[in-house]
Design a protein around this ligand. Sequence first.
Ligand SMILES: Nc1ncnc2c1ncn2[C@@H]1O[C@H](COP(=O)(O)OP(=O)(O)OP(=O)(O)O)[C@@H](O)[C@H]1O
Ligand SMILES: [Mg+2]
Length: 356
Amino acid sequence: MPDTLIAPRPGTTPDTAPRAAAKRVLSVRDMAVEFPLHQGSVRALDGVSLDLHAGRVLGVVGESGCGKSVTARAILGILDRPGRIVGGSVNLDPGTAEQQDLAALDPNGGVMRDIRGSRIGLIFQEPMTAFSVHYTVGNQIIEGIRAHGNVSKTEARKRAIELLREVGIPRPEMRIDAYPFQLSGGLRQRVGIAMALACEPDILIADEPTTALDVTTQAQILDLLRRLQRDKGIALMLITHDIGVIAQMADDVSVMYLGKVVEFASVEQLFNAPRHPYTRALLRSVPDIRAVPRQRLATIGGAVPHPGVRPSGCAFHPRCPEVIEGRCHNEAPPPVPPDQDGASCFRMELAEELVS
Ligand SMILES: Nc1ncnc2c1ncn2[C@@H]1O[C@H](COP(=O)(O)OP(=O)(O)OP(=O)(O)O)[C@@H](O)[C@H]1O
Ligand SMILES: [Mg+2]
């Protein structure tokens, strides 16, 4: 039975390193992304900051069009053309002698290609995107293993079988010679995870990894991801529009709206005391299985505007139930500090004034 209870899973903290003690492995600061189009440039990301920590899961949530996938693709240097990073930094190993700004690298160059795979693995929504239909899954995993290390074919095949076993593929010695289309969606996503792990990356980015799967398979794949992430101490960035997945999986959460992070908090804080009206609206829009049957679901009125027509002031103000007349239309609230809990909202400032 999949866990759809909208409450952070128990035991988030005991076996997970506290954020302050965990090693920061990737640090995105003020990242801006633009897509130059005929009609003018579309600013899809407008100053995104986030940190990934070893052994922790950062959930990234927001409605369709908020910029979740663009954030992932920009970090990995695989933005659709002509999209490009026009500001900010993406530091790998921040604060160490090895620190490297991925935003300054050629996205198609050798260094970036090596980082993709060996340091940062990617899991797609539809695993078929990651595969070629013409090769067996084994060949593709073996190729991944050999691309980043000096490993013999026999050794790589042995390792591929081990990986397939690790991700729960039954009879991996046989399945290794299957073609992707011969596998069910759930098995394909397990292979997708095996491929992402082939070169033992310490960072994983999963973009809606279970959206294409049925509910039961979805729960199994999420369990698998969580177990692997914990066992290997991986920093996982998990993108989803499903707040239930966030409750089940995340340690920390970045809530995105129209190309910005509007709230950042630990998962407990986010569910117990959401600071941004958008977060509150997202939480209200989820069916609570403890609620009276057939109770009407609350929804957020309106839709996310296109980034080409960003509203003035706070971009959420046209849909905000808590809008402050005369202020939110005209003035942009200060951004969320990148490394501490907070929200980009004047209401929060007012609440703090009341407290102090
Ligand atoms: N290839 C592209 N060309 C032009 N604009 C793009 C392109 N890809 C994304 N965008 C712009 O960036 C915005 C954010 O897109 P993104 O795919 O990151 O949204 P998302 O949060 O991942 O949504 P979803 O939940 O539907 O996957 C889009 O609304 C669009 O305006
Ligand atoms: Mg997306």
